[in-house]
Design a protein around this ligand. Sequence first.
Ligand code: PEP
Ligand code: MG
Length: 830
Amino acid sequence: MVGLVVVGHSRALALAAVALASEMVPDQAVPIEVAAGLDDTTFGTDATAIMAAITGADQGDGVVVLMDLGSALLSTELALELLDDAVRERVTLSAAPLVEGLVAAAVSAAAGATRPEIAAEAANALAGKQAQLGLTPEVAPGGPAEGTPSDASFVVSNPHGLHARPAARLVAEARKFEASVELRNATTGSAWVPAGSLSRVTTLGALEGHSVELRASGPQAREATDALIALAGRAFDESPAPTDEVSPPSAAAAPRSPASPPSPSPLMPGTPGPASTVMAGRAASPGIGIGPVWHLGGGTPEVPDEPGQGPAIERRRLDEALASVRAEIDRVRDATAREVGPAEAEIFDAHLLLLDDVDLLDEAHRRIRDGEAAPHAWAVAIRRTAAAFEALGDPYLRARAADVRAVGDQVLRALLGVAATPVSGDGVLVAPDLTPAEAAALDPATVTGVLLAAGSPTSHGAILARTRGVPAVVGLGPAILDLPDGTSVVFDGGTGDVVISPGAEQESAFRRRAAEQEASRARAAARSAEPAVTRDGVTVSVGANVGSVADASAAPGADMAGLVRTEFLFLGRDAAPGVDEQEATYRAIAAAFDGRRITLRTLDVGGDKPLRYLPGPAEANPFLGVRGLRHSLAHPDLLAAQLQAMVRVARDYPVDIMFPMVSTVDEVIAARRLLGPAPEDLRVGIMVEVPAAALKAVAFAPHVDFVSIGTNDLTQYALAAERGNAALASLADGLDPGVLRLIDSVARAARGRFEVAVCGELAADPAAVPILVGLGVHELSMAPPAIGAVKELVRTLDAKEAAALAAAALTQPSAEAVRNLTLGGDRGPT
Ligand code: PEP
Ligand code: MG
């Protein structure tokens, strides 16, 4: 079979084109190689990569190369020069348009066409489009339309007519026979076209209900005719609910129609209403969210009617605002690409392009030159651009007006120094992503839920939503951002199901479920202040993870605060808090715990939590970089000040101090040295989050009173799966037996030497609780809303049975097997 090579500037574009073409020939593995982009994200072409692709695609019958533009041709010509003569002679460079040409070439290659035939097919690939647009295709006309009898005819039954997929199927079938088959659209009176040419068949413009005539000659004319009529009778093997072959860029993440949900959740209550739409994301914070949508940073700020301060000043204002918005969109784009997927991140590329749109900028610049202030000039230019989009015929492009306005508003806010909407509002917050600082500011009294385009369940944004008891679904893709303010939604943060504009029955089913969950939460809460003791008398301390003073007040059932994430005090501001401010905050938390122990963790920044006022050098892998205790030891003044504030509070309240992200014993010794004189009963511990620390846990024994296992980070490092990466969210499962063995290593080292706790998200996972208890972990700390339910669960356990279960879990092959062992397969989050 002849091979194909795609040469282009963008790897993503080339791979998508190949995926599209391959869909046209599902049963045939056409050898198609890609030489596009310098890497996954950098545009460019590379002659060596093209050589390798040609060699890879050549199975002896030669290769047709399709290229996009400019240097793609130059690099391909260079690659040809570098190839052996024998290979070069088998290569044809095609001038065809990349996408259309590749589709036509793939179909004819799959049908066994020769290299010149494939090149000709690709070259004619625009014919179908030209015919549909009423332009004259530059291809040889078909046979005469009149006076030639047809052998047979069929009526097109496909709802979208003979579009690319069924046409490709027809061509493939026609080419199987030793026969010359021609078709014409009898309904429109088209010319005859060869059935073996995709580009020509698409010029028929055969719509549903059109009658297509067929004539065949050659030794297998009869068989070919019979096969094609049979194929037409089967609607060209197209599935009953075909989709358009060309989807808008965001279609991958677009809401699913309830008519064809890919994987209806057994947990989805009620019947969808006629106009409702179902989306599936990742369950991130349990609970039912109901309400109208509002957007973070939404609304067009009021533009003051003020004169410009002169073109130079106003132009600089605009340039600075554009630069800051560009940096912000870049950040969200990267997070989306990482956490949801590159395709979904493309919407932000479009936003970035808008910031460089020549027409838009020309208009704004002209107005500034004419004396207008930058905000006014920009607002008018944006309004006009949005209106131009709204006037377009294509519904997808029309909808992009919303993007123009969103980006326009972002720049306006930067120009006017208006902060984005604070993280409070009535209803369900929709946002691209939440920074830890934004998530920390969520007000559960008004925010009834959070739906994020990006994010994963163990990202800090999701953890903080859980801590606030705000239901959340993440990783929904950018389609969620298109929902207008006020759209009604219902969702289940425990399953990831989201229904937009629900029907009445569906909404009341969600409300019923919310009431049931509330009732069982209330039952657990009623007993949550009592200790959690197993049936055989082992007490498990169940505490709260706290990220603000408000969290501390909302944790009445907690036996202690097993983790106070002090970074909430350091993030989202322009300077570090002083010792006094820190002392006051830690004191307020200790007071809220009213005599119960609090574990103050020293600053855990770096990774996904950079400090604006202490920027470090850019790191290729921030999660493997200067974060946690490494960051604190790199800024000893900051750590010393924090320890001083903690020690002051420890004089009046039971306080533990804990160092995060410890890798070596020397780090602990260095950190303890900065502690200075401290009350006798102050306990010092470390978080075990690095696999090496887990395996050598015994070495820390002389230096610590306790160890708390941070399973969020331990899991990401053990499985090499970044915790915020939505694509890896199912891999990053703390129940993986590899992670459990690390926990077991710590628990064994702890016996008789130090206390051991777990404060990662695993501590609240009902499948994990029996195993952790069985491994000997007798302190669990979690988001406060989970405390009541975990205490109830502990009360059902027998510690000896749990130990046997844990021993069995360590020998399982996978996290799924462990879950099956404890929950009988239920993967529902807490
Ligand atoms: C952890 O890593 O499990 C942990 C509790 O710390 P954080 O989530 O704050 O990184
Ligand atoms: Mg951690």
